[in-house]
Design a protein around this ligand. Structure first.
Ligand SMILES: [Zn+2]
Ligand SMILES: [Zn+2]
Length: 94
């Protein structure tokens, strides 16, 4: 019942939700309730989009409830969700 993209985005969302459930402290402003994943090392500079070790919580378009910033958007260089990689099995968690 699932297209490939559905599966991929579902498992990404699941991985992301779990990541944010473990830590939602934005690495840019230091406040809680981060809701997007930022890449510590930008993918464009060789960082791995698929490696949770390269992920950090950040605030996105919903903005930080504490300081009101769109931290990930303001950062600019690596905005948006990670691009889907080719057909690599990049997240094999449960
Ligand atoms: Zn923030
Ligand atoms: Zn903040």
């Amino acid at each position: 019942m699932a297209g490939r993209e559905d599966l991929t985005s579902y498992s990404y969302r699941k991985a992301r939700a779990r990541f944010l459930a473990e830590s939602d402290i934005c690495h840019l402003c230091g406040h809680a309730q981060a809701d997007v994943i930022d890449h510590v090392q930008p993918v464009s500079k060789g960082g791995r989009a698929d490696d949770p070790d390269n992920w950090a919580p950040a605030h996105g378009i919903n903005r930080c409830p504490t300081c009101g910033r769109n931290c990930n958007g303001e950062k600019g260089s690596s905005t948006g969700a990670p691009r889907l990689l080719t057909s690599r099995d990049w997240y094999a968690g449960p």
